[in-house]
Ligand binder design. Sequence first.
Ligand code: NAP
Length: 293
Amino acid sequence: MKLIDGKKIAENIRMEIKTEVARLIDDDDKTPHLAAVIVGEDPASQTYVAGKEKACKSVGFQSSVYKLPENTSEKELLEIIMFLNKDTEVDGFIVQLPLPGHISEEKVIQSINPSKDVDGFHPANLGRMISGLPAYLPATPYGIVQLLERYNIETEGKHCVVLGRSNIVGTPVSILLSRKASPGNCTVTVCHSKTKNIKEWSASADILIAAIGQTEFVTADMVKDNAVVIDVGIHRVPSTETKSGFRLKGDVKFDEVAKKCSYITPVPGGVGPMTITGLLQNTLKAYKKEIYG
Ligand code: NAP
């Protein structure tokens, strides 16, 4: 079994970005700028946004964060988005999800100018991705395909089973891996909460992508010998063995599944670091006006 070291690959890509940014700034003194909007005090969202700021600094990007109170109205948030859409100082921005219940995520996503939608959630970017046109790819699926690519894992003709069909992970990764492209050319099966006999599907996968948000759902009997397993899940579980009092686990029961795999991503240190890296790559594309000219 080989461990897919997402932390190392993410570091390599960030070094590549840093080098390119240094060169670009030499030609044009403006720095790539990623902005983030966060509404409310959700601790996980605060952690993600802090991680994004740190990652921006590490590659030489400028970053700014708009922290809004929980009771911000939808109208106020939409006004900030309109401002960011027009702000020529900002290359790309994200609105951290989830949003408080009184704000429509759909409306918010659709109000972002697609040319600044570096999360790749706007229907225009999803449509471009489906059509095989250059697009900002949603960061987690983008990270997953890059892991497969950088580890030279063959995808063509393979059966890929994706557990989960969310708009941010399951559905886009299933599209990317079934595209006539490399990585891609897989035969893809998407499973969800209404799928019958999920174990039979998962056990037939050459490449199994677990993105269902259920701690250690995938057990050894659900995995074929020598399968490639990509674990997207992130769960904080209480632990007496760590200082913080918790540890991170994935959607896959790592200890028993790892023994059967050809490749597997750990949690932490697998898909997670690649997600922020994907966002940095999209921001660089926005700065270079690679997608929308
Ligand atoms: P989500 O929006 O909650 O979607 C979960 C999907 O799994 C849904 O399609 C759901 O089916 C399906 N599902 C749930 N329980 C199931 C079950 N028992 N059997 C079969 N299917 C089931 O989750 P998400 O946003 O895609 O995230 C998935 C996991 O990845 C979470 O743990 C999240 O924290 C993690 N995540 C990690 C990263 C990263 O950077 N590593 C990024 C994003 C998300 P229905 O559609 O039928 O409801």
